[in-house]
Design a protein around this ligand. Structure first.
Ligand SMILES: [Zn+2]
Length: 257
């Protein structure tokens, strides 16, 4: 084995569960590597996790099997006032399609949403050590709220960030965009070329999305990449990766963004 691999399934919620379940079946067939499930307490306002007993039972089975949960926003939607300026508009509306819930929140708003999510997890008795912001977008206020949250880690697109130390572990995330035909074509090319390009990295992350499974060719590319990576890297949850790589590969948190 050379290097480690963190596999995260994003946007896990009752509303996305049929697609999540297909991803989980595929991953179980590849040897059931430990996963980090990024759970959204009320994804797009389409149903709270604690009001869906079948979903809760399914998550509890995953926990019993060794998967880990991370909080992934509260509803995942960027409902803050419209972005001002071309750069903010591009970042919040085009690149991430209005999914960056924590992109423009002030600290009090971010703290309140994180607290509501953590309360829901606590009410279900679910352990949680990390927070992954939707679309990896955080405002300064959101970062301050996270630093004070008591959680162990968060992630950016390129790093696993320890919140308590604080410290940062370089760990780029491979993900794809299935939103349009040209994005899917580019994504397939990216997945086919990704392994040699990332072979030197001690820690690589994969960001899987429920929508990926709706596109057969994309899923075929993902499966081939997963098979290659799992043959040569050890799979870890994010909390396991934090324990494994810190402090050997840490740098000051100011390098994290
Ligand atoms: Zn997400």
């Amino acid at each position: 084995m050379s290097g480690a691999l963190c596999i995260a399934l994003h946007d896990v919620a009752p509303a996305t569960w049929p697609h999540c379940a297909r991803w989980l079946d595929l991953l179980d067939a590849l040897g059931a590597p430990p996963l980090t499930l990024l759970v959204v307490p009320n994804f797009h306002g389409r149903g709270r996790i604690d009001r869906d007993p079948a979903f809760c039972r399914a998550i509890e089975r995953r926990l019993a099997g060794g998967d880990e949960l991370a909080l992934h926003g509260y509803d995942h939607r960027d409902a803050a006032p419209a972005p001002r300026g071309a750069r903010a508009w591009w970042r919040r509306r085009v690149l991430t399609a209005g999914e960056g819930e924590f992109a423009a929140l002030d600290e009090a708003q971010a703290r309140e949403r994180i607290a509501r999510g953590l309360e829901m997890f606590a009410g279900l008795g679910w352990p949680v050590q990390g927070f992954v912001p939707p679309a990896w977008l955080t405002s300064a206020g959101a970062r301050a709220a996270l630093a004070a949250s008591g959680l162990a880690y968060t992630t950016t697109h390129t790093a696993l960030v320890a919140l308590a130390r604080p410290a940062r572990i370089a760990a780029p995330c491979l993900t794809v965009s299935p939103r349009s035909a040209w994005r899917r074509a580019a994504s397939r090319l990216w997945l086919r070329s990704a392994e040699p390009l990332t072979a030197h990295l001690p820690l690589l992350r994969l960001g899987l999305h429920p929508a990926d499974v709706a596109h057969r060719e994309l899923l075929t590319c993902w499966r081939a990449l997963l098979e290659r990576l799992l043959a040569r890297r050890v799979a870890l949850t994010k909390a396991q990766a934090l324990t494994h790589f810190a402090p050997a590969h840490v740098m000051p948190a100011s390098h994290a963004r």
